[in-house]
Design a protein around this ligand. Structure first.
Ligand code: SDX
Length: 432
């Protein structure tokens, strides 16, 4: 799709003068005032903490329609992709802006397998982490360390990016599984070229030298769908982090490591772990959801209902709808009756009937149901955000690739309103 057209102007009138500002309109009708010359033409900057009203870039990777509750990856609806694709197929779509043919997908999978091991010297790093180390800390440190073992990308074009992207996609999965094995004191299970991306991951996570892991095609399917749900989400906090760090032209591994750290936050990807901890606490306290609802409504209490609310979605997050269905299917087929699912559904029902949540358009987001499914599959709670990172990785790489190729992109360097002191006379230390 081409860029947006300039459609008319906005006028800024102040101090007795007016400044014309171009208005840009993209091909789906979103409009943005172009303030790139605001400081030069008007001596003004724009104040927008949290960037809720700021467009940072032009992007074609994904589109979130927060009012309609729609999510599109490279033009395809998330529902179609989750129902019909594998995660690697969607990763290819995000990276190449087209769904792969069968030969292209096979070639991508061969590359994925070829790069699935990490350097044996990196394996020694795990020995020095304490068992209780959070896997997101391990993941980020290991990813930035990949830049010491593998060449930095000279340019973002050509198959060099393909190799780096598949190297990251494949090795992140191995590092994630190894961090889990390290935390339970079990030997690492190496990747197998005989298994698909998600089957390989489940095998590395849950098999061991003393027990086989019976591969359940239903769980492999569910893992593919869950990773697809997380693959990209326009300019969210961690993606913006990858773009910001990338704008300084540091290598891709360092950008991804920064994105992992941003995702770890409980207001962002870390919410999927917070949701389970919140549901477990409700369960331990007898399963009554009213107290949590009232606590979340109390403006004096910093507590927020984890897995609820969203900067962009002002209706049900389409990913949460799919995640809820997957959750019910997986627990049903496994014959798991998890009280946390019942609590989550009662919490949702109560909140969606409460004026506080209705007025603020607070609905379940992608993090509300995913943890219950991960729990049924056997993942420990502190691995949930790692799974989010595995899913988001192709989106981060695609957004980084777009940023480095964008001729308009410069190093990100916002301005500030200064609140500190000024022109203080210096006082030598002996006179302080
Ligand atoms: C992800 O951006 C993305 O795309 C992210 C993501 C992705 O795919 O990358 O979708 C993944 O991060 C999903 C969000 C996961 N986080 C959580 O579930 C944490 C709980 N949610 C909230 O902290 C909050 O909803 C945020 C952080 C998600 C959004 O915060 P905003 O947009 O800054 O909203 P806000 O703080 O301005 O809230 C508006 C009002 C406030 O009340 P008032 O001041 O108007 O009285 O709604 C209230 C908030 O206090 N509110 C909540 C709430 N979320 C917002 N009140 C109770 N519980 C909540 N969850």
């Amino acid at each position: 799709m081409s860029g947006e057209a300039e459609s008319g102007k906005a006028q800024l009138a102040f101090d007795g003068r007016t400044v014309d500002l171009p208005v840009l309109t993209d091909h789906i009708g979103q409009r943005a005032v172009d303030i790139r010359n605001l400081r030069k033409d008007a001596g003004l900057t724009a104040f927008d903490p949290g960037f809720a009203n700021t467009v940072s870039c032009r992007s074609g990777v994904s589109y979130v329609d927060g009012e309609a509750g729609r999510l599109v990856y490279r033009g395809y609806a998330i529902e179609d992709l989750a129902d019909n694709c594998t995660f690697i197929e969607v990763a290819y779509l995000l990276l190449h802006d087209r769904l792969p043919t069968r030969p292209q997908l096979e070639q991508f999978s061969v590359l994925m397998n070829r790069h699935s091991m990490i350097h044996e010297d990196m394996i020694t790093f795990f020995a020095k982490y304490p068992e209780h180390a959070h896997p997101m800390a391990v993941l980020s440190a290991m990813v930035v360390s990949l830049s010491s073992f593998y060449p930095e990308l000279e340019e973002s074009e050509s198959e060099e990016l393909d190799i780096t992207a598949t190297r990251l996609l494949s090795k992140l999965r191995t590092i994630a599984a190894f961090s889990y094995k390290k935390s339970i004191g079990e030997p690492f299970v190496y990747p197998s070229y005989k298994l698909s991306y998600c089957a390989n991951f489940l095998n590395m996570m849950f098999s061991s030298p003393v027990r086989d892991y019976p591969m359940d095609p239903m769980l492999v399917r569910a893992m593919n769908q869950l990773l697809i749900l997380h693959a990209d989400h326009d300019q969210n906090c961690s993606t913006s982090t990858v773009r910001l760090v990338g704008s300084a032209r540091v290598n891709l591994y360092a950008c991804i490591a920064a994105g992992i750290c941003a995702l770890w936050g409980p207001l962002h990807g870390g919410a999927n772990q917070e949701v389970i901890e919140m549901l477990e606490l409700i369960h331990k306290q007898g399963g009554n959801v009213d107290g949590v609802i009232e606590k979340a409504k109390d403006r004096k209490d910093p507590f927020r209902l984890s897995g609820f609310g969203h900067r962009i979605y002002k209706t049900y997050d389409p990913r949460a709808k799919i995640a809820k269905r997957i959750c019910q299917e997986v627990l049903g087929k496994l014959g798991v009756s998890d009280p946390l699912l019942d609590i989550a559904m009662r919490l949702e029902e109560k909140a969606l009937a409460d004026p506080f949540f209705v007025e603020r358009k607070l609905y379940p987001n992608v993090d509300f149901y995913t943890g219950i499914t991960y729990r049924a599959i056997g993942f420990p709670t502190d691995m949930y955000t790692v799974l989010f990172a595995l899913g988001r990785l192709p989106g981060w790489i695609s957004q980084w690739q777009e940023m480095v190729r964008d001729p308009e992109q410069k190093i990100w360097r916002p301005r500030q309103l200064y609140t500190g002191q000024n022109n203080l006379p210096f006082v030598p230390i002996d006179k302080r």
